[in-house]
Design a binder for this molecule. Structure first.
Ligand SMILES: Nc1ncnc2c1ncn2[C@@H]1O[C@H](COP(=O)(O)OP(=O)(O)O)[C@@H](O)[C@H]1O
Ligand SMILES: [Mg+2]
Length: 378
């Protein structure tokens, strides 16, 4: 593989909020970005160099021709082309092999169990009989998941009984489903790991992620767990990054069940759980993603504040841009609005507050996020 130039042009597949948040970090470091996106995407407002295309063979080849290193901000990429580009000598970071694991909840479980990463019981079912057999062993309710392409809880169903499971089987029409017991989760954590091509790692302290209806709503730094549990989560993060050979940011979503840390899933890119690092950490996940992908020294991952809380601005009826003044009227919050059209259930932005304690930061970030969605001022 060719050496990375000292100041590589980084080609990003995608133009959503993750690319939008990479842009200021790239500008600060003087690293040129080129996006494969639609000119209507959020990040196209910040990055002048946009290749208008899709992440298919043509789009990816056009991007590769315009950059020194390819990376991604979402998973829906033609991996055969990524693999071919790699074979032709284009640096692809993370690699197509890493993306194949990160894009598939079944492969994650198979591979990582071999590496000693603790995972809850699971099976793959192609039909209702397979689900019922698992329920005979583990009981109802179960959680059924599409192995690929889901996000924000789209592709995750809780089935209380066989009728509910049948409805899901009908909906996915013959696709395999990942089946798990519905776990009695104490809390959810995420660990973020930046990794360079040579293997140098930087691990962020574990954060707590709070989900509402299977979508991330809130992230708390530091996670309110014992040092021992946080270290356990961070060790799992490192083991996963090494097992799948990630390059760039890797997010590992974890469950805490009965005091044990279990793997939930991975994302080989910057992640919603890491937005809190923009204000809360010495180096943001976006900057460390670019540093890692460009094979530059990684930045420190430690907290630079006692506490930071991020709350997502999730679309309701109103456009948060129309409520900007009300959101900004909350003292000491950082508002990030992605410039996306408002739609119910869509992540449109986030608010982060930092301070001496989690409770105060949470209160301010929650208030600002509520005002931005048109909620009554409290
Ligand atoms: N086995 C399970 N038991 C209980 N809750 C679960 C289980 N699996 C997922 N969830 C809940 O659903 C959320 C979304 O599931 P996840 O597999 O991470 O899907 P997505 O790809 O949409 O993020 C999790 O963060 C958790 O809150
Ligand atoms: Mg998830």
């Amino acid at each position: 593989m060719a050496d990375t130039p000292r100041r590589p042009t980084i080609g990003v597949v995608g133009g959503g909020q993750l690319a939008w948040m990479m842009a200021p970090a790239a500008a600060r470091l003087g690293l040129p970005l080129v996006l494969l996106a639609s000119p209507d995407d959020a990040a196209a407002a910040l990055v002048p160099d946009v290749i208008d295309g899709r992440p298919d063979a043509d789009g990816l080849r056009a991007l590769a021709a315009a950059c020194d290193v390819l990376t991604v901000e979402h998973e829906l990429v033609d991996l055969d082309t990524m693999e071919a580009l790699e074979a032709e000598g284009h640096p692809v970071r993370p690699s197509a092999a890493t993306l194949r694991v990160a894009n598939d909840k079944i492969r994650q479980r198979e591979l990582l169990a071999e590496h000693g990463v603790p995972v809850a019981p699971w099976t793959v079912a192609a039909d209702l009989a397979g689900i019922e057999a698992f329920a005979d062993e583990h009981g109802w309710p179960l959680v059924l998941k599409r192995p690929r392409g889901g996000y924000d809880g789209r592709g995750v169903w809780i089935a209380d009984d066989v009728d509910a499971a049948r409805a899901v089987v009908d909906e996915v029409a013959g696709e395999d489903l990942l089946v798990e017991p519905k776990l009695p989760i104490d809390l959810e954590l995420a660990v973020l790991v930046a990794r360079r091509p040579g293997g140098e790692l930087a691990i962020y302290p574990a954060v707590e992620t709070v989900q509402v209806e299977a979508m991330c709503r809130e992230v708390v730094l530091p996670a309110p767990v014992t040092n021992e549990l946080a270290s356990r989560a961070e060790e799992i993060g490192q083991r996963v990054a090494e097992a799948i050979g990630s390059v760039g940011m890797l997010a590992i979503e974890l469950f805490v069940v009965d005091g044990e840390v279990l793997l939930n899933e991975l994302a080989a890119r910057p992640h919603n759980a890491g937005h809190v690092t923009i204000e809360g950490s010495v180096t943001s996940q976006f900057e460390n993603h670019l540093r890692a992908v460009a094979d530059l020294p990684l930045g420190a991952t430690r907290r630079r504040v006692a506490a930071a809380v991020m709350v997502n601005v999730v679309g309701e009826e109103d456009d948060p841009r129309d409520h900007l003044a009300a959101g900004l009227d909350v003292d000491d919050v950082s508002v990030h609005l992605y410039g996306k059209a408002a739609r119910p259930g869509r992540k449109l932005g986030h608010v982060t507050a930092t301070g001496p304690d989690v409770a105060g930061a949470r209160q301010r970030a929650t208030l600002a996020a509520r005002r931005l969605t048109g909620g009554t001022p409290a």
